[in-house]
Design a protein around this ligand. Structure first.
Ligand code: UT7
Length: 311
């Protein structure tokens, strides 16, 4: 029995912060941001909306889409590096708010690869028959750990949430293969100090280009597939240049790669599930399509999944 996605939801805050707005805050330009990152605008959550609130909206939508009730959820996994507080976890806050009375709940920390770690963890519980329905959320309120005076990072990040309900799906569909990895020696290149995100952009860039390409190829091979079998690529939306490198490695045409970085910036753990929902809504992913999802982030961490879409 394969674990797959049976419901999807996303939420992004209404407030838009454009490159023009950032030009007034730090020494940067719309031209620099667009050409170096592909970002045109991002969403920012207000003071009244924390990570659990963003999660709640995406989770509600995913549960509704799955056609189940909150009581049928066995586990909640929230991938985030910006929880409301160190504990209790965002997952337990949601458990109460959603009324998911039977669900176990925990947060997991794998930065921008967090949603991949979450889906792959959920797969194990489902496929060994321990649990049937697992709610996996990728969510960040990065605006609260962004130094708005640092042009190296302020232009990159945004807030948002994406959620999936995972469960058993029909034969041949669901997660076909995965890869997870970590290299703690690279932790110094991307971390949160007392308050803010620090990043050595060039080092992270080099790592990302290499790892995204390699992991994508690895999951295709592990699934017994070839590059030409891939219908759609959903890379972590960090920077269009990094994303393009993975697309070229898979020899996919432009229209077969998700691109939401222009609208939302880098939303870390939320970027892959937000993109998944948007591409489905745009009709770009159909039943039985083979998807590759791939992420990388602070840790350093990475994760990839090959999945045949459909319930
Ligand atoms: O989710 C995972 C997290 N992070 C990432 O994926 C980030 C990976 N790295 C990147 O995306 C890119 O490295 C950046 C977009 C962060 C930077 O692009 P880059 O092409 O690697 O630029 P750079 O760091 O080599 O900087 C080039 C120049 C520098 O000026 P000098 O030293 O050449 O005079 C920077 O000071 O651009 C300058 N610069 C800026 N200029 C205008 C850096 N940030 C800005 C800015 N506006 N916002």
């Amino acid at each position: 029995m394969n674990a797959g996605v049976i419901g999807i939801g996303r939420y992004v805050p209404e407030k838009v912060l454009t490159n023009a707005d950032l030009e007034k805050m730090v020494d940067t330009s719309d031209e620099w941001i667009r050409t170096r990152t592909g970002i045109e605008e991002r969403r920012i959550a207000g003071d009244d909306m924390n990570t659990s609130d963003l999660s709640y909206e995406a989770a509600k939508a995913a549960i509704k889409d799955a056609g189940i009730s909150a009581e049928e959820i066995d586990m909640i996994l929230v991938a985030t590096v910006t929880p409301d507080q160190p504990f209790p976890s965002v997952a337990t806050m949601l458990q109460e708010r959603l009324g998911a009375k039977r669900a176990a709940a925990m947060d997991l920390s794998a930065a921008c690869a967090g949603f991949m770690y979450g889906m792959i963890t959920a797969k194990q519980f489902i496929e060994n028959n321990a649990y049937k329905h697992i709610l996996v959320i990728g969510v960040e309120k990065l605006s609260k750990i962004t130094d708005w005076n640092d042009r190296n990072t302020a232009v990159l990040f945004g807030d948002g949430a994406g959620a999936v309900v995972m469960g058993p799906v029909s034969e041949g569909r669901g997660i076909l293969s995965f890869e997870l990895g970590a290299d703690g020696s690279g932790g110094k290149h991307l971390f949160q100090d007392d308050s803010y995100i620090y990043m050595n952009g060039r080092e992270v860039f080099k790592f990302a280009v290499r790892q995204m390409g390699e992991s994508s190829i690895n999951v295709i091979e592990k699934a017994g597939l070839k590059k030409e079998d891939v219908d759609f690529l959903i890379p972590h939306q960090a920077n269009i240049r990094i994303m393009e490198a993975s697309r070229q490695r898979l020899e996919l045409p432009e229209e077969k790669m998700s691109k939401t970085v222009n609208k939302y910036g880098n939303t870390s753990a939320a970027s892959i599930p937000i993109s998944l929902v948007e591409e489905l809504e745009a009709g770009k992913i159909k039943d039985d399509d083979v998807l590759v999802m791939v992420g990388f982030g602070g840790g350093l961490t990475w994760g990839a999944i090959a999945l045949r879409w459909g319930r």
